[in-house]
Design a protein around this ligand. Sequence first.
Ligand SMILES: Cc1cc2nc3c(=O)[nH]c(=O)nc-3n(C[C@H](O)[C@H](O)[C@H](O)COP(=O)(O)O)c2cc1C
Length: 394
Amino acid sequence: MRVRRCGALVIEPNEIPSLDIGDLLSGGDGVRTRVEIRVWAAHLDEYRRVSPAQAQWLLQCSAEYWQDLPADADSRALVHSLLALELLVAEEVPDAETGVGPVSRSTPGEGHWWPLAAIHHRHSRWQGVDSVTDMERSQLVTAHDLRQRLGSPPPAVPDQGPLPGQIGLPEVPASALESLGRRRVTCRNFDPGRSVSMAQLAAALQQTFRAHAQLEPAPGLVFLKKNVPSAGGLHPMEACLLVQRVEGLAPGLYRYHPLRHALTPVVPECELDADTARRFLAGQHWFVDAAVLVVFVCRFERSLWKYRNHRKVYRAMMLDAGHLSQALYMAATECGLGAFVTSAINEVDIEKALALDPLKEGPLAICGMGWRAQERTTAELDPLQGAWPAPGGA
Ligand SMILES: Cc1cc2nc3c(=O)[nH]c(=O)nc-3n(C[C@H](O)[C@H](O)[C@H](O)COP(=O)(O)O)c2cc1C
């Protein structure tokens, strides 16, 4: 048997402090620190703890070239322990009967990712997180909490006073587009009983995810034209819908087809229940009653086809998501609905429901839309009174 290490990994010395009463009593600061060595790999969902000897072995082991098992028993045991941790890959021996092989057992799914981006993506995903409970536990819920616990943030605008040479710009009347933008307010108060119409949903998808044209400059290379820009014109983002209340559409999961402007039902891998939206939204109950959730599923492989091992591509895919979310906000606002975007989502739970392989396709954000409730119970940032007119209509 020969081995190599997995392609994308980072070795992190992590310092863990603990209280040392003896040191405290003898006048020290009472803090003892031990170093735990963590290995983060792009193909694993959890980091692995390793010993210094295991870390050293990984550092001298190639990801490209197979190497024979070491001769001495201790080193062999080390290699086997790293194989068990899935940080080393074994070359399968040739089949004695068929003579086929040797065959490499490649590290699954690393594709053309820049290793640090792949590791960041894989390990920044959440599973089963309730972000609201976490915020409550750390007392970081209200603006008052934030100010009290974190102090003042850097100023909203760095230079408040007049600056030498500063040129004032003319006031111009707001266009229809700008007026619409001023009415865009992140909605955290949805009407749990009111459905959106099929036309409203269609309008929102048409303005965001629909491809209005396609171009094939070379066989098999197709560029889509949408209302939003996309890095490389690749448009890797797909819309997967969790429909809760749309007239004429059964609740459930759907995938949007950007060329046919059509929805295909998706059979979920796990049963959907009343708690699915809350689970997807990491406990953010103020978004749960949106009539539709639009999960932004990025087909990473589409962008990585062009931007191989590229340091910027993950950032570019995030920016694509930002453009789509703004377009969806505007479309929803235009048809009288409230909308939101959040990146605080349980990616792993969503991947499970949609049967996604996380380094090939994965959720980057969730947008939602629906009718606003009559009453505002959760805070919204609406100083322009674009969504919540002042009582008495002032
Ligand atoms: C990338 C991104 C992530 C956001 N995530 C959350 C979130 O997790 N929860 C939430 O309540 N709002 C979230 N928001 C909404 C912002 O809080 C909101 O845009 C901000 O407070 C300004 O309010 P406005 O959108 O009404 O102008 C997010 C917005 C963006 C752009």
